[in-house]
Design a binder for this molecule. Structure first.
Ligand code: BGC
Length: 755
């Protein structure tokens, strides 16, 4: 959904007066009712309380459901269910919807939901990979294709995008995240909404997006899934909320709560988060859905004594729809009778849900229109998936320009992910099909590349070294070794955190053995997270991070290996040397003793029996130091660029001014290439300490070899703002540093003052 100008104006006015602009029921509504609101209110006035409670229930079926149980159909008939997830048989979708619209008391249509995360049938790179593209168009394409394919099965609601800022690669769900940076995540959030929802929610190919998980799920302690998050309020507002605000601004009509507690209160029962922050401040006027059983889990958290209290807490906090657990269904009636929940609150929640059903056009068009075929696996979709895989891949190392390879290079293709059609799809691909995937082996064979394939390890955790000799022999008889390994899909994603991030199984040993042949090695990593490679990095002359690239992995990797395409990705997360460094992120605070290369004392240089002293040490580890393996924003291309000095058009700016920032960019390599020019700032001194660097803008630039261009950015007061201790968004006067470069480690900078 795009914002029309009048709608935007209305929003601005509402925000200016701090008015809640979200509800239609008497107690909550503060805005003039729209036509849809009128319909919602009319319907609400006719519904029984039982039916209203029914709208709040999201019921699941399993993909393995063979026959729709009669009890389920009866529940729909009686108006006890508002939405379904995971109904994957379109005949069942039709059957349930027919009962809902023809037999239930008010004929209210159901919404069918699914986790369509990075593709439905045509699978795109995992979201962390899409984030590595730093490219809105790539994300729009991925989510549009997902919506076109899934809506043709009757799925009009997706549980995506996941917008959890993630700074700890041990957490398995980093694979589903937009990475560690609030600015990049916000830019991509908008693109996801635009793609999923198209021009209007009312379009039958639009899927309502669901911004999840609200909030702080990515801050799980120690990267252990579902764990507690402790986030001070300013940090919540400066780091975790912005991507959600961007999604709401772009029109996301639903939000999912997170499993975790934030500062001691489970998100699904947190009135402050759901009512004060989300509805009142962020002006959200869609509906909030719980995560799977997360209402019930408030008992385990130690926040609700029993199911009844869990329902009371969630409803009063403003959680509209309960996913899978059934505390609303079981206890809301009694809670209302007892006066613990007001019926007006139920009206408010139901109105939020009905409004989205109207916006989706489900009342006029509850069934899949006959002409929708989803274009599943169409050439157009496959091309977009291949393009996304290329734009998401990050070239981490390329010694002596080993890549791209010459067409007639003889390859030894080795490794557990070179020909794993299912694994290359990654996490959350219930509908993706291995049979439709093209693996690297398949793509190289199709191109008649001279190769010997020795898989050697049959899955990423495989420890069986019996095929090592065969692999070494193949390597000796080849010009270049292409090793494709990493993590199987199941090693990342929900509930799949890892403490060590090394290549699992015997992969490291295999690479070390192959290195002894003296043949150059190209390492292609497919994984759901950064993999620590500090012990084997030196064995690989080129390293290409492909994430889990999806259906078109093979053709994309072929084109990148042979230079028909250039890897376009930049890291959306800081890449650690070892998991002991985690959490690790570029936009950290400075501390009183920031890292100082000159003061670094490596562990082995500490004298034996040394007297206790800080040795002048700063905030770092004695053994691994202070640097990541690769910084946030990093990624190579097949050419090289040089950056001129950063120019600014004034050294002092005031409110209302725009600062012109420019830099001369030159392609000094020997082929046309692509660069992602990144602008970072630092607010040197503030009433609340600010990060050492913050991404504020970036641009994609294509340049022919030898040519130059001036890259221009404009910075405004708002770009310098942050939320202070009083929870006010402010730009404080003082000195700002500014850098423009190829990644977050750039030192190409200048400074200016804001007065
Ligand atoms: C996940 C959600 C997902 C839901 C429904 C939960 O386990 O946390 O992200 O949308 O399941 O499948």
């Amino acid at each position: 959904m795009k914002w029309s100008v009048p709608l935007l104006l209305l929003l601005v006015v509402l925000m200016a007066f701090g008015i809640r602009g979200c509800a239609t029921s008497e107690t909550h509504s503060m805005r003039p009712p729209s036509k849809i609101d009128q319909k919602v209110n009319q319907l609400l006035s006719e519904m029984t309380l039982e039916e209203k409670i029914g709208q709040l229930n999201l019921r699941g079926t399993s993909s393995r459901t063979k026959v729709l149980p009669d009890s389920l159909k009866q529940a729909v008939r009686e108006g006890h269910i508002g939405a379904f997830l995971n109904v994957m048989n379109s005949d069942y979708v039709k059957e349930l919807q027919t009962i809902a619209v023809e037999e239930s008391p008010h004929g209210i249509p159901l919404i069918f939901a699914r986790d369509v995360i990075h593709g439905f049938k045509t699978i795109f790179p995992i979201p962390l990979g899409l984030a590595a593209s730093w490219d809105q168009q790539v994300v729009v394409d991925a989510s549009r294709v997902s919506a076109v394919e899934a809506s043709a099965q009757g799925i009009r609601w997706t549980f995506a995008p996941m917008l959890d800022i993630s700074r700890d690669a041990r957490w398995g769900r980093i694979a589903e995240s937009p990475g560690e940076d609030p600015y990049l995540a916000s830019v991509l959030a908008q693109a996801y909404i635009q793609g999923f929802q198209g021009d209007s929610l009312n379009d039958p190919t639009a899927m309502a997006a669901c911004a999840k998980h609200f909030i702080g799920y990515g801050a799980a302690l120690g990267g252990r899934d579902y764990n507690t998050a402790t986030i001070d309020e300013a940090q919540l507002r400066n780091v975790y909320l912005p991507p959600f605000q961007a999604a709401l601004n772009a029109g996301a009509p639903t939000v999912m709560t997170s499993f975790n507690e934030v500062n001691g209160v489970p998100a699904s029962g947190d009135e402050f988060l759901l009512d004060q922050v989300l509805r009142k401040e962020m002006q959200f006027d869609g509906f909030v859905v719980s995560d799977w059983n997360s209402v019930l889990e408030m008992i385990n958290h130690g926040f609700a004594a029993d199911q009844k209290q869990a329902a009371e807490l969630a409803v009063n906090a403003g959680l509209d729809m309960e996913m899978t657990s059934r505390t609303y269904e079981s206890y809301l009636m009694t809670l209302i009778e007892e006066g613990k929940v007001n019926e007006s609150q139920i009206d408010f929640l139901v109105a939020n849900i009905l409004r989205v059903k109207f916006q989706l056009g489900l009342f006029e068009r509850p069934f899949i229109p006959a002409h929708l075929d989803g274009k599943i696996y169409s050439q157009e979709h496959l091309q977009k998936a291949k393009n996304a895989a290329i734009k998401s891949s990050v070239l981490l190392k390329n010694n002596n320009q080993l890549l791209p390879l010459e067409k007639n290079t003889k390859i030894a293709l080795i490794g557990p992910l070179a020909h794993q059609a299912r694994e290359q799809l990654g996490t959350w691909t219930f509908d993706g099909e291995a049979e439709a995937s093209i693996t690297p082996l398949m793509a190289l064979e199709e191109q008649n590349i001279s190769l010997t394939f020795v898989e050697t390890l049959s899955y990423s955790r495989d420890k069986d070294k019996s095929a090592f000799t065969k692999a070494v022999k193949a390597a000796q008889e080849s010009d270049v070794i292409v090793f494709i390994g990493g993590e199987e899909a199941i090693l990342s994603g929900e509930a799949h955190s890892r403490a060590s991030l090394n290549l699992p199984g015997a992969q490291e040993d295999l690479i070390s053995e192959l290195a002894k042949t003296g043949k150059p090695i190209v390492g292609v990593i497919m994984a759901g997270r950064p993999i620590t490679i500090n012990t084997i990095k030196q064995h690989m002359d080129a390293i290409l991070m492909a994430w889990h690239p999806g259906t078109m992995s093979g053709p994309a990797i072929y084109e990148m290996l042979f230079g028909l395409a250039e890897p376009g990705g930049r890291l959306p997360v800081t890449w650690p040397k070892t998991s002991g460094q985690l959490p690790l992120f570029y936009n950290h605070k400075n501390t009183g003793r920031p890292v100082n290369p000159e003061k670094f004392v490596q562990m082995d240089s500490i004298p034996v029996g040394a007297w206790q002293s800080s040795l002048g040490n700063t905030s770092h580890y004695l053994d691994v130091g202070y640097e990541p393996e690769f910084p946030f924003g990093y990624g190579l291309g097949y050419s090289r660029f040089s950056y001129g000095k950063v120019h600014i058009d004034k050294t002092v700016i005031k409110a209302g001014d725009s600062l012109r920032v420019s830099v001369e960019l030159t392609n000094i390599g020997d082929r046309k290439s692509h660069e992602v020019v990144q602008l970072y700032i630092r607010d040197q001194t503030a009433s609340l300490t600010r990060p050492v660097k913050e991404l504020k803008a970036f641009q994609h630039i294509d340049l022919d070899q030898g040519s130059s261009t001036e890259v221009v950015f404009w910075l405004k007061k708002e770009d310098l703002a942050f939320v202070n201790r009083n929870m006010e968004k402010v730009t404080e006067p003082g000195l700002f540093n500014l850098w423009v470069g190829a990644d977050s480690s750039t030192s190409n900078g200048t400074s200016f003052t804001y007065e």
